[in-house]
Design a protein around this ligand. Structure first.
Ligand code: C2E
Ligand code: MG
Ligand code: MG
Length: 733
């Protein structure tokens, strides 16, 4: 190899051997930057001859610029200041080997492996040691006698070409290193948006242009800007057209359509494809053409990026699943707990609001899970709307939502806004559905300074509200805890009420409004908790339902009511006997058999027994309820819908089921004679009941005026204090 370099004397010029057109980098083609050449020689004439010989010459399309040093020291000073492409170096200067020593310094001290060195000597035959040439990477060795223009140019061209190749390799290597660094850095960015911004930034870095640019992908109405940085930053999240720069928009659109990157002088527009995110275009404004090298680097980068983008997307999805509720897109319980812990560590006051959809179970079971899901989504949207987008909104459990409100002072306003929204119907699947929510509130730090305590206390407040103020809201109060304990006590005691014989039934008459005749009685449960302490059902039925104890208690009620009916029937008071049955009881697989046993054991006529179920149960238990109702009705047992008007019910359901009686809830009867609105509701229910062929009974009639109105409206039957109060059996007979 060295031999070949030295064999320059032949007839064929080196120029002929070098194909100057081969593999010309695009950026360099138009490059006017001069090659910097340093002439080091103690002979002024050599400087002059060299400059003169090469005057106006261009090498590889670029002009030449010369600096001169007349000693090794001067050369050192210049090398410390600037980088050169080529050094024409005299071997013998102040000492025999001053030039050779300088070569070693250039490579080692100045750490310049790229600069080409052509050694020159005045004494023909004096050649440096082969070792020196090998060790110090010297390009060429020439005698000063060869300073003809042609020979110099040949030598320079070969050296500069070599320099250029070394630089290309070096920048390739550095570029690849940049790509590698950039790509591995990207792997730690986990959100797609952040990732995309980094991609744009790194492309700017690779191209060595200012950090401006954008990344877009296919959206609903055409290309959408997914991420943008620098001067483009404001356009992130907007449609591409928003850019307003029609040339640029057109360029990006073309690249998207052709799926081929385009490098114009005004910008580099890169096409990427990610298996998950689809087609993407990165556009970075530039003021120069992108070099071939940079294009290749960008290609490699693009492949890395596509993989990284997918990772980010996967990670985002994973995070979404781990911390979000898939149905509503809200935060899940894990996130809520994290957020509560984070906020309580921060120490500023906030409020945790738990919201629960009333009768959601009924909607879900009765109308199906699909409607249930839509209801949940509608509820999520409603809460987001009422509390504003900034509020932390989570769905920690099925029909349970949680909100963290920072602006505690605004809480009453926000709750009022929610109430107002709830007053309107919610659109579910195009249908307006009435929805109410009950809320429980706990404040930090007053009601707990640990996340768990706060959550628990908001839950207690919610339960309390559910019990006392359904559709309303309660703030946690330490008394609730006391009540909770009492409730647990109640449940403990309720376990033994049946075997201890502490249950009693009181009876209230039902009357035919026209004739005033008693047509039946309703059995109402009482608990003889202690001597002289008779507890009403409103104080223990909930606890019994919650604990499931309502099943054995309810069975006792049916059996006792049947026994009582039979006893009275035997003593010439053969009235219909109504018993109340709660939804929880109908869920019990043994329910129908239990009723059958009560009828059989007492020996009453089945049509003397009437089961009162609540309206919401029609929805709630859905098919199971229909089945039970149908079976029992088939045996002759009568069915009444209790508390009609306050819950949700489906008219078609009502029509399909073999029901005998509608009992209008007391709340409509209370001021029936003074409130026109209630009067028309009652009127409507009566007409509806009659249209369905049912008897209609009004509950809670206390005043003669109410009875009069009911009579005018055509109500069939009444029940209430006006006629009689619930009384122990001894008083009834
Ligand atoms: P309900 O089935 O709607 O019973 C009517 C309630 O209204 C009874 O309250 C009764 O005393 C009361 N009432 C009747 N007339 C009037 C009136 O003119 N004015 C006023 N202010 N109230 C009147 P009670 O006995 O406290 O029962 C409350 C609820 O407890 C019942 O409402 C029923 O839902 C439930 N319940 C009662 N016994 C049982 C039972 O054995 N099993 C189940 N699961 N629930 C029962
Ligand atoms: Mg009842
Ligand atoms: Mg009722």
């Amino acid at each position: 190899m060295i031999d070949r370099r030295f064999s320059t004397g032949g007839g064929v010029s080196d120029l002929d051997l070098i194909d100057l057109r081969d593999d010309e980098p695009v950026a360099l083609a138009a490059d006017e930057t001069p090659w910097r050449v340093l002439i080091v020689d103690d002979d002024e004439q050599v400087h002059q001859v060299t400059r003169f010989a090469l005057q106006g010459s261009r090498v590889l399309g670029r002009p030449l610029h010369f600096d001169s040093a007349y000693s090794a020291d001067e050369a050192r000073a210049l090398l410390a200041q600037s980088r050169y492409s080529l050094i024409l170096l005299d071997v013998v200067m102040e000492t025999e080997d001053a030039g050779l020593k300088l070569v070693g310094e250039i490579r080692e001290r100045f750490e310049d492996p790229a600069v080409r060195i052509v050694l020159r000597t005045g004494q023909p035959g004096y050649a440096p040691e082969i070792e020196v040439i090998q060790n110090y990477d010297i390009n060429d060795y020439r005698a000063k006698s060869e300073l003809t223009s042609q020979r110099l140019l040949t030598s320079l061209t070969a050296a500069l070409r070599s320099y250029q190749q070394i630089c290309t390799i070096e920048s390739n290597r550095a570029g690849l290193q940049r790509v590698l660094d950039a790509s591995s850095g990207l792997m730690t960015v986990r959100a797609v948006r952040g990732f995309a911004e980094r991609v744009v930034l790194q492309i700017c870095n690779i191209l060595a242009v200012p950090a401006d640019g954008l990344l877009c992908g296919d959206g609903d109405g055409g290309l959408q800007i997914l991420a943008a940085i620098g001067r483009d930053a404001a356009y992130a999240g907007r449609p591409l057209d928003a850019l307003g720069d029609s040339d640029r928009v057109a360029r990006i659109a073309t690249v998207r359509r052709t799926e081929r990157s385009e490098f114009a002088a005004s910008g580099a527009c890169l096409f990427l494809r990610s298996p998950r995110l689809g087609a993407l275009v990165v556009d970075v404004p530039t003021n120069k053409r992108t070099s071939e090298l940079d294009r290749r680097l960008l290609d490699i980068y693009a492949i890395n990026v596509a993989v990284g983008l997918d990772n980010a997307h996967l990670f985002e999805e994973l995070e979404l699943y781990a911390f979000h509720d898939a149905l509503t897109g809200l935060w899940n319980r894990t996130s809520l707990e994290r957020e509560l812990a984070r906020r309580s560590a921060l120490g500023s006051p906030f409020a945790l609001v738990l919201a629960d959809i009333d009768n959601f179970q009924a909607v879900n079971d009765g109308l199906g899970h699909e409607i249930g899901d839509r209801t949940l989504k509608a509820a999520a949207a409603l809460l987001a709307d009422a509390f504003g987008p900034a509020v932390f909104l989570a769905r920690p459990a099925a029909d349970n939502f949680a909100l963290i409100v920072d602006d505690v002072a605004r809480l009453p306003t926000l709750l009022a806004a929610l109430a107002q929204r709830l007053a309107r119907n919610v659109l579910v699947d195009g249908h307006a559905v009435p929805m109410t929510m009950t809320l429980g509130v706990a404040r930090f730090p007053q009601h707990g300074n640990a996340a768990a305590t706060l959550f628990r206390n908001a839950g207690i407040a919610l339960k309390q509200a559910k019990r006392r103020d359904r559709g309303g809201y309660r703030e946690f109060d330490n008394r609730f805890e006391v009540e909770l304990k009492e409730r647990l006590n109640t449940i403990r005691e309720l376990r033994h009420v049946v075997e201890r014989g502490e249950l009693r039934l009181h009876y209230q008459g039902k009357y035919d409004l026209g004739s005033g005749q008693r047509v039946g009685v309703e059995a109402l449960l009482r608990w003889q908790r202690g001597p002289g302490e008779l507890v009403g059902p409103d104080r223990f039925i909930d606890a019994a339902e919650e604990s499931g104890l309502i099943v054995p208690i309810g069975a006792w009620v049916v059996a006792e009511a049947c026994r009582q009916q039979r006893e009275w029937a035997a003593r010439c008071l053969d009235v219909s006997m109504a018993v109340n049955v709660s939804p929880r009881q109908l869920k019990d697989a043994d329910f129908t058999a239990m009723v059958d046993r009560a009828i059989a054991d007492s020996g009453i006529a089945p049509d003397r027994l009437e089961i009162e179920i609540t309206e919401s149960l029609l929805l709630g238990e859905g098919d199971r309820a229909s089945e039970i109702i149908t079976t029992l009705r088939g045996r002759g047992v009568r069915i009444a819908i209790d508390d009609f008007g306050i819950g949700h019910s489906s008219l078609s359901r009502l029509q399909q089921l073999p029901i005998d009686r509608l009992k209008i809830d007391r709340s409509f009867v209370t001021d029936l004679d003074v409130r026109a609105e209630n009067r028309s509701i009652v009127d409507l229910v009566i007409k509806l009941g009659h249209a369905l062929g049912l008897k209609v009974l009004a509950e809670g009639v206390e005043r003669a005026e109410q009875a009069e109105v009911l009579l005018t409206l055509g109500c069939d039957e009444v029940q209430g204090y006006l006629f009689d109060r619930p009384r122990p059996p001894s008083d009834v007979a």
